[in-house]
Design a protein around this ligand. Structure first.
Ligand SMILES: Nc1ncnc2c1ncn2[C@@H]1O[C@H](COP(=O)(O)OP(=O)(O)OP(=O)(O)O)[C@@H](O)[C@H]1O
Ligand SMILES: [Mg+2]
Length: 394
C-alpha cells in the first residue's frame, strides 16, 4: 500500500477531457458535486482517476478496464488533439504546495509536456528530455539534473523515473496521486466477487472488496464491524477466509435472538456491501477517495452515519449526489466551501460553480439549512440565474 501524503487538491483546470472543456473546479476537504443528469459529475471523478493512472503508467490497462478507446478521452466538442490540465495542490495547513501542469497526447498515451512545480523543486519533461531544477533554498548538496528520455512510457514521466531520483516534494506529489482511489463504478455484483489480492485497492467497481478487507487484518475488520453496529445492531463480526488457491471469501455474522447467522458475500445485501466499501476506504491509506452517487442503495437513516464518517475521514473526499438530503448534514461553512453545482453550457461543456455562491441560494442559506435550500430550488430556473450571472465558472 502506498502511504498517503498530507497533500490535497485545491483546484483543477481541464481542457478537452470528455465534456470537460475549459473546465475549472475548486475542491474542499469534503466536496459534494451535484447537478442534473448528464452534466459531467461522474466525468470529474473519471478525470481525477485518470490523473492517478498517469502517475502509475499503464494507461492501456486503465482504458481496457473501462472498455474505452484512447481517442474517447478527448472531447468530441473540441478539435484539440491534446488533453491539457493543471492541478493545484495544498499542504495540510491549506497553504499552496505546488502544481502539476501537463499536455497529454491520447495517441501516444503519455504526457508530451509536463511541469511539476513543488515550490522548491521543479520537474520538467518535454520531447526527449527531463530535468529537475531546484529553485529555492538552494543548499550545497542539492543538484540540478537533466537526462534524456530514451525509453518508452505511458502516462506521466513520474511513472517511470526511479523514485530515489525524485526530490521529496516531487515524490510526495506522485504518492498523493498514486494513492487516490475512485469508486465511480461501484456495483453490488463486483463487490460480491471473490478475489485473491487487492494490493491496497478496492479495484474496478469494488471487485477487490473481499481481499481488501482481508488485507486490513482481523483488527481492522473488527474496528469496521464496531462502526457498522451503530446502524446494523444485529451485526456480530466481519471475517474473510482465505480459501483454496488464495481466493478470499467475505462473510458477515449476525445474531438474531439466540440464532447466529453467517452470510457469504454472494448473499450479503447491497447496502451493507456498499457501506463496507465506504468504511474500508476511509480506514485505508488512500489520500483522496471519490464516491459516485454516495446515497445509492443506502437507507435515508444511514445517510447521516455515512456523511459523519466521510466528514471526519483523514483523506480528502469527493462525492457526487442527486440527494438534497446529503446537504442537510453539512453545516453552512462546509456547504459554502464544499457543494459544487455542475451544469452544461449550450455548447455541451461542463461548468462548475460553488452552489451557495449563487445569489438566490446564498440568500436562502441565511434562513434555511443547505438541504432545505436545495429542495426549495427549481433547477431549471437556476440555470437561467447562472446564465444571467455571465460567469458560472469556479
Ligand atoms: N468524449 C466526449 N466529449 C464530449 N462530451 C462527452 C464525451 N463523452 C461523454 N460526454 C458527455 O458526458 C455525458 C456523461 O456525463 P456524466 O456521466 O459525467 O454525467 P453525470 O452528471 O454523472 O450524470 P448522471 O447524474 O446521470 O450520472 C454524456 O451523456 C455526454 O453528454
Ligand atoms: Mg453520473
Amino acid at each position: 500500500m502506498t502511504p498517503s501524503t498530507h497533500l490535497q487538491i485545491r483546484s483543477l483546470a481541464v481542457n478537452n477531457f470528455k465534456s470537460l472543456v475549459d473546465f475549472k473546479l475548486t475542491l474542499a476537504k469534503f466536496t459534494c458535486l451535484t447537478g442534473l443528469n448528464c452534466v459531467g459529475k461522474t466525468t470529474v471523478l473519471q478525470f481525477i482517476d485518470f490523473l492517478s493512472q498517469l502517475v502509475r503508467g499503464d494507461i492501456q490497462d486503465w482504458l481496457d478496464e473501462r472498455q474505452w478507446k484512447p481517442k474517447e478521452l478527448r472531447s468530441k466538442l473540441n478539435p484539440k488533439k491534446n488533453i491539457e490540465f493543471c492541478v493545484w495542490l495544498n499542504d495540510a495547513k491549506e497553504k499552496p504546495a505546488g502544481q502539476w501542469e501537463a499536455h497529454y497526447n491520447p495517441f501516444e498515451s503519455r504526457c508530451t509536456w509536463e511541469r511539476i512545480d513543488m515550490l522548491d523543486f521543479v520537474l520538467e519533461a518535454k520531447s526527449d528530455e527531463v530535468r529537475i531544477v531546484k529553485v529555492k533554498n538552494r543548499s550545497p548538496g542539492d543538484k540540478d539534473w537533466q537526462s534524456s528520455i530514451n525509453f518508452d512510457y505511458q502516462g506521466s514521466i513520474l511513472s517511470s523515473l526511479r523514485e530515489s531520483l525524485l526530490p521529496k516534494p516531487v515524490h510526495d506529489c506522485k504518492r498523493f496521486f498514486d494513492a487516490a482511489e475512485s469508486l465511480d463504478m461501484l456495483t453490488p455484483e463486483r463487490l460480491r466477487q471473490r478475489t485473491r489480492d487487492a494490493n491496497g485497492s478496492l479495484g474496478h467497481g469494488g471487485r477487490n472488496l473481499s481481499a481488501f478487507l482481508y488485507e486490513m487484518g482481523e483488527n481492522g475488520q473488527s474496528k469496521l464491524a464496531e462502526k457498522l453496529k451503530k446502524v446494523y445492531p444485529n451485526l456480530q463480526d466481519i471475517f474473510v477466509k482465505s480459501i483454496r488457491s488464495g481466493w478470499k471469501q467475505l462473510h458477515v455474522r449476525e445474531l438474531y435472538g439466540n440464532t447466529k447467522l453467517s452470510t457469504e458475500a454472494l448473499h450479503i445485501n447491497d447496502g451493507l456491501l456498499r457501506l463496507l466499501a465506504i468504511l474500508a476506504e476511509t480506514a485505508s491509506q488512500h489520500s483522496l477517495v471519490l464516491f459516485d452517487e454516495i446515497e445509492n442503495g443506502i437507507n435515508p437513516e444511514v445517510v447521516e452515519f455515512v456523511l459523519d464518517i466521510l466528514l471526519k475521514a483523514k483523506q480528502q473526499v469527493v462525492v457526487t449526489t442527486h440527494s438534497p438530503m446529503i446537504l442537510n448534514y453539512l453545516d453552512d461553512e462546509q456547504a459554502k466551501r464544499g457543494v459544487m453545482y455542475l451544469y452544461k453550457t449550450a455548447q455541451g461543456h461542463t461548468k462548475s460553480i460553488p452552489f451557495f455562491s449563487i445569489p438566490s441560494l446564498k440568500k436562502k442559506l441565511t434562513v434555511m439549512g443547505p438541504g432545505e435550500a436545495f429542495v426549495d430550488t427549481n433547477l431549471t430556473e437556476l440555470a437561467e440565474e447562472i446564465a444571467s450571472m455571465g460567469t458560472g465558472e469556479a
